[in-house]
Write a protein that binds this ligand. Structure first.
Ligand code: HEM
Length: 129
């Protein structure tokens, strides 16, 4: 199946909005992650991650219109991301994804999404400690 149908199949903008909102709610209370975020207001970071994920899964291409090529490794260089940070990020993301009902996100799409997030988080590690 194509990426465009993934975005639609999981409920489109509303599902991505809910996942990323829940993720940043978790980040706000996470003692490992919260200090990494440079801005006091997490709203703009929430918007960037939501736009990126929507685009990745075949939704609107607003992310690249506003930000250009994602270059995620480069954009994460300012932050030390070792196993601790990776695990914290994935913990928050898994909590967020778990809040989406099975009627909206079925097992197959859920697995594809979680596998991708795990792969992406591993690929953005830039510190061995
Ligand atoms: C930006 C941390 C993994 C996508 C950021 C920012 C931080 C951060 C501190 C800056 C906030 C902002 O101003 O936007 C982390 C940590 C990770 C992680 C600790 C643990 C592995 C990921 C993954 C993805 C991702 C796996 C994608 C699937 C993004 C995007 C941005 C961002 C799209 C905004 C980039 C831009 O400036 O356009 N991340 N991140 N991050 N992160 Fe992550």
């Amino acid at each position: 199946q194509t990426a465009a149908s993934f975005y639609e199949a999981v409920g489109g903008a509303e599902t991505f909005r809910r996942i990323v909102a829940a993720f940043y709610r978790e980040v706000a209370g996470d003692e490992v992650l919260r200090p990494l975020y440079p801005e006091e207001d997490l709203g703009p970071a929430e918007r960037r991650l939501r736009m990126f994920l929507e685009q990745y899964w075949g939704g609107p291409r607003t992310y690249s219109e506003e930000r250009g090529h994602p270059r995620l490794r480069m954009r994460h260089n300012p932050f030390t991301i070792g196993p601790l940070e990776r695990d914290a990020w994935l913990r928050c993301m898994r909590i967020a994804v778990a809040e989406i009902e099975p009627e909206v996100l079925d097992d197959e799409h859920r697995k594809a999404l979680l596998d991708y997030l795990e792969m992406a988080a591993n690929s953005l590690m830039n510190a061995p400690w």
